[in-house]
Write a protein that binds this ligand. Structure first.
Ligand SMILES: Cc1cc2nc3c(=O)[nH]c(=O)nc-3n(C[C@H](O)[C@H](O)[C@H](O)COP(=O)(O)O)c2cc1C
Length: 397
């Protein structure tokens, strides 16, 4: 079959084969590819480290750290290894998202998620983790990547207990499918909280239909603004991987698989609808398609959770990342799934009005910040977005 996109659309119209948004999302029922870390065995990051020659405790812990959730899967991490048990973590300034994340706030949340995963991983190999945040002090945006986020020291500890959240690491993934089944109940949320034990942020849980309605409208509006703001939408294109070859060659970024598509429909969209180039990406039909899919995702929300901090310093951002990482692992361990929807929290002019409306609604005081907003739900879909070879993140190699 060698149709052009135009011929294919004609064929669909003539034969009555229409691809509606709900049909696309049906693919979320299919489990797809399931390796994450670089190397042969990608599912358990410690086993993977052992089989791919990452032998020192710090490299093993790093291999767990990089499985953490992080904005657009850019993996904005670089490491200066001091010795077998110590290293400095820096933001990789080449992998930040200046358009949608102008203060690099979310990128710093992604430093905290990394550190929490690393710490959980270290406990499994018998090490306690000492983390000194911002050991050379805080810094300005222009200095990102020059001063370390953290000095990490692993100490052998014969009494350390394995952090049980490690069991959720191999299967944790951001799930952007249409969620199914019952609403998330207060009791389920209480279980999540008791496993997470958030230290640095206040969490708010919303599951009543009336209140959810107001948030959903705002989330959809924010996504529409972002999609229709060229430079912001263009940033997503740069990090978009169009097919499996690109996903597993670059091993970063976002993709249709990550958005819940697989099987024959994935093939059809890749081949006929979402082809390379700015023209297709920014076309009205593609933008509308994306907004429609987002609408269906939001409408299927089974509860929302907001993470708020009382300050918004770099340290606050890294620390809320630690809470966020534990929260997602707790959610995973209870066979639930989640999806952050950060558009409305972002700090660029086109989003200011909507973000401020939300902040007013939440009675946010001047130094406070809503750092994360996530929907919770149930779904069987699994796609593990790959991570790069950690050796490529080590400075001086
Ligand atoms: C600070 C932060 C903000 C994020 N915001 C969004 C978002 O707005 N929409 C989304 O689909 N995913 C969001 N994510 C999830 C990432 O895209 C996801 O973690 C990354 O692609 C890696 O995929 P994984 O979590 O499945 O491993 C966010 C993650 C973090 C840490």
């Amino acid at each position: 079959m060698n149709f052009s996109r135009k011929q294919f659309i004609h064929h669909c119209i003539n034969t009555g084969l229409f691809l509606t948004v709900p049909e696309f999302l049906e693919n979320c029922k299919t489990n797809t590819l399931s390796t994450r870390n670089y190397g042969q065995d990608g599912k358990d990051p410690i086993q993977n480290a052992e089989s791919s020659g990452l032998r020192t405790p710090i490299l093993k812990a790093i291999n767990v750290g990089i499985t953490a959730p992080n904005p657009h899967n850019t993996q904005a991490w670089k490491f200066r290894i001091i010795n077998d048990k110590e290293m400095f973590l820096y933001v990789d300034e080449k992998r930040i998202l200046p358009q949608t994340d102008p203060p690099a706030r979310q990128i710093h949340i992604g430093q905290g998620t990394f550190l929490e995963h690393l710490k959980i991983g270290a406990s499994v190999i018998g090490y306690k983790t000492q983390i000194a945040l911002l050991p050379e002090g805080t810094y300005k945006f222009q200095e990102i990547g020059q001063k370390p986020i953290a000095k990490v020291v692993l100490e052998k500890d014969t009494n350390i207990k394995k952090d049980s959240l490690y069991d959720a690491v191999p299967n944790r993934a951001t799930n952007r499918c249409k969620y199914e089944g019952e609403m998330i109940q207060k009791e389920e949320y209480a279980k999540i909280l008791s496993l997470t034990k958030p230290k640095y942020s206040t969490l708010k849980f919303i599951n009543d239909t009336n209140s959810l309605g107001t948030y959903k409208e705002k989330l959809k509006e924010a996504f529409t603004i972002e999609t229709n703001t060229f430079a912001k939408h263009e940033e997503s294109r740069i990090w978009f991987r169009y097919n499996d070859e690109e996903i597993y060659d670059k091993r970063d970024g976002i993709s249709l698989r990550g958005n819940g598509l697989s099987g024959i429909k994935l093939w059809i969209v890749e081949k006929f609808f979402l082809t390379h180039g700015k023209e297709v990406w920014h076309s009205e039909s593609n933008k509308k398609g994306g907004i429609d899919i987002f609408r269906d995702q939001v409408e299927s929300t089974k509860a929302l959770v907001l993470f708020k901090t009382i300050g918004n310093s770099l340290k606050d951002q890294v620390q809320v990342g630690m809470d966020y990482a534990r929260f997602q692992l707790s959610v995973t361990s209870l066979d639930l799934v989640m999806h952050p929807m950060s558009q409305i929290l972002q700090e660029y002019p086109e989003m200011n009005q909507l973000r401020e409306e939300l902040e007013k609604m939440e009675q946010i005081q001047s130094d406070e910040k809503i750092q994360m907003m996530v929907r919770l739900g149930r779904s069987d879909y699994q796609f593990l977005s790959p991570r790069r070879n950690p050796k490529s993140m080590i400075l001086g190699t």
